[in-house]
Write a protein that binds this ligand. Sequence first.
Ligand SMILES: C[S@@+](CC[C@H](N)C(=O)[O-])C[C@H]1O[C@@H](n2cnc3c(N)ncnc32)[C@H](O)[C@@H]1O
Length: 284
Amino acid sequence: MNPSAALFHKDYHELPKETKEEMRQLLQRLMELTGANAGGHSVFHDDMFVWFRNLFFTTDPKFDEACGSLDFVLRARLWRLYTLCWACVQSLRHEGSIVDIGTYDGKALEVVLRYAQPKRLVMAYDFFDEPPEESRKRDHGPELWEKVKERLKPWDAVVHKGDVTKFLWTFPQKIAFCQIDLNDAEAESKVFPAVYERMTPGGIVVFDDYGFARYRNSALAHQKYLEGKEQILELPTGQGLFIKARDTLHAETGTMPSSPRRYGRRGLPFTITLRQDRASPINL
Ligand SMILES: C[S@@+](CC[C@H](N)C(=O)[O-])C[C@H]1O[C@@H](n2cnc3c(N)ncnc32)[C@H](O)[C@@H]1O
């Protein structure tokens, strides 16, 4: 599966017309010179240009099959999509559900589920209709929720419609894999701590916008929450990759964070669960 090139990043559209045209021509020429997106060593998509690479994801037959006849827009985000597929498969080694926060039309999640074939609870969250302006896309509207439910039916996905920050209590008790893609720092900063608390060790979160300057405030909010805990890796795709650790020593002091602990008779520490989450309701 070869990527497609697109310049649809919002920041690009805000550039002066002449600058946009110059950039387009320059990139076009670079693509011609390197044979980008033609099955070689170079690709231009996902707001990045790379060359002299292996690009294994472009020749993974399993990924190809999961993608099916992928539309142009998703092929312009192919490496990001592959990151999600990889992360979901890795996380299946650990206990917990799959949670997608900011699902939009569900097409990306559908590819991930086809690739990973999880036998897990899958939960998806979005406004579907009337999103905030920053995250509005072409297919948002009153019919989108039904369409997404239909699309995700093969995985019995539970698809929540509405402001996810009001539904944090519906998150599954154990999360193995989660994508967060809300394009909204305030909402993401409420969502991530609730996800973090429920993640099983080894579980993975992919932040879609972590590396994009436009969403810097989301990244800063996540960094602040994670002070003294595990850190997020900024990927060249613009995503952020987070892996929940088994037990988190404070990075600088090498001591355990001051979370409530009890000690057994031999002094061996074991963590106590502070609160029982309510069971996730099915459909709202
Ligand atoms: C960039 S889009 C997600 C794209 C999607 N992850 C994909 O791969 O195609 C961001 C989505 O977040 C949703 N969103 C933003 N804030 C939200 C909130 N507070 N609650 C629920 N959904 C929200 C928007 O409706 C929008 O569909």
